[in-house]
Write a protein that binds this ligand. Structure first.
Ligand code: SF4
Ligand code: SF4
Length: 381
């Protein structure tokens, strides 16, 4: 068995830097409810799309400009320098309740975790994946904003206990939260495993979890009253504040990074991230990293036959059978995938990473979940 122990430790290199303002934004709008139209002018922070679920946060223009192009997948804004922006909302003085939740949702926050009470709130302060230092950077540099986010989360969730889970090599404190040290090895950073490390139970009742990136976004909204229009990303070991919709091409050019034919650009981490099809794809809300993987680093991932070697099963922390589930997904037998524990998968990506045949196991699993969700049978986000 290939034993995988990847470190989540990071060494911060300075503070969070800004990226040069992009001239164009490309926002992924597939399956969203559009709130603008082609050739329409938009102000900085104006709503351009809403999430179709009850709880998903809205999407906003990260700069003022004009909608140049719009299709089922993308909305492209040509930015201008008019500086037009929406007025801030006075979130901090609103009383807890439905109106506050709807306001937060309208400002881009996913309110699922905030919409009901729980006895325990776990703040996941672990770096999400190897090579990604966003969580630690926010804990080191943005404590006031995290505190503002926690105050709002406390107001809405009313937990009796708040616990911050951090790497056992670090000393970060979040006022009002006790600390739980966790070994900084992937996949210990995944919410389900962090909750287990804190409570000793798998899927305990009355417990909610938020990661520090989401807590930071909530804190920003509380502090400014303005919508989420940027994300913090680790790129090549440094952390940057990146407007949502900034194209990969612009990022690469700003950071003087080169991509050769056959290289893969990944948005997100190296285990859970997704390869982009085009350098004109835009950064999405919640993206926390970008990697360029040179063409000769790994064998290609391909739709080849599973040889039943069992490596993926041995590496699966959810103790399910990724080989079986991914085959059911491949042949569109989604109900069978569900019966064999599809929804116990927390998408760590270790199965795909360890697959002898380099099958796209995680992609099959996400495909099955998406299809079930679209048909109204899966778990809704
Ligand atoms: S991504 Fe793969 S290894 Fe990770 S929990 Fe899901 S099935 Fe298991
Ligand atoms: S999916 Fe890959 S790792 Fe899993 S049993 Fe098949 S070939 Fe082996």
């Amino acid at each position: 068995m290939l034993r995988i122990h990847y470190s989540l430790e990071s060494e911060l290199k300075g503070g969070i830097a800004d990226i040069d303002a992009p001239q164009e934004l490309s926002v992924q709008v597939r399956n969203l409810v559009l709130k603008t139209a082609k050739r329409k002018k938009v102000g900085h922070g104006e709503i351009i799309a809403e999430h179709p679920s009850q709880s998903g946060g809205a999407f906003h223009a990260a700069a003022s400009g004009t909608v140049r192009d719009l299709d089922y997948h993308h909305l492209v804004i040509t930015c201008d320098e008019s500086g037009e922006a929406v007025d801030p909302a006075d979130v901090a003085s609103m009383a807890p309740g439905k109106e506050l939740l709807r306001t937060l949702q309208g400002l881009g926050i996913d309110i699922a975790v905030l919409s009901s009470h729980a006895e325990m709130l776990v703040i996941n302060g672990m770096n999400p994946e190897p090579g990604v230092s966003v969580a630690e950077q926010l804990l080191a540099d943005e404590m006031k904003t995290l505190e503002a986010g926690l105050e709002m989360a406390r107001t809405l969730i009313e937990p009796k206990q708040v616990v911050l889970a951090v790497a056992d090599t670090k000393e970060y404190q979040l006022p009002g939260a006790s600390m739980k040290a966790v070994k900084p090895k992937y996949p210990h950073s995944l919410d389900a495993l962090v909750v287990k490390a804190v409570t000793g139970e798998e899927f305990p009742a009355n417990t909610k979890v938020m990661n520090v990136m989401d807590l930071y976004a909530l804190g920003k909204v509380v502090q400014t009253g303005k919508p989420i229009t940027e994300t913090v990303m680790t790129i090549d070991g440094h952390n940057y504040r990146v407007p949502i919709g900034t194209t990969i091409r612009h990022l690469l050019s700003c950071l003087d990074m080169k991509v050769s034919s056959g290289d893969t650009v990944v948005l997100g981490g190296s285990f859970r991230g997704e390869a982009v099809y085009s350098l004109d794809e835009g950064v999405r809300k919640g993206d926390y990293a970008m990697f360029v993987i040179p063409s000769d680093t790994f064998p290609r991932v391909e739709d080849v036959t599973c040889i039943n070697c069992g490596e993926c099963v041995l590496n699966c922390p959810a103790r399910i059978q990724p080989n079986l589930i991914s085959r059911y997904a491949e042949y569109e037998k989604f109900e069978l995938a569900e019966e064999h524990g599809l929804h116990s998968c927390f998408e760590c990506g270790l199965c795909a990473f360890s697959c002898t045949m380099r099958r796209p196991i995680l992609q099959y699993i996400r495909f099955a979940k998406d299809q079930l969700r679209a048909s109204g049978q899966g778990k809704q986000s």
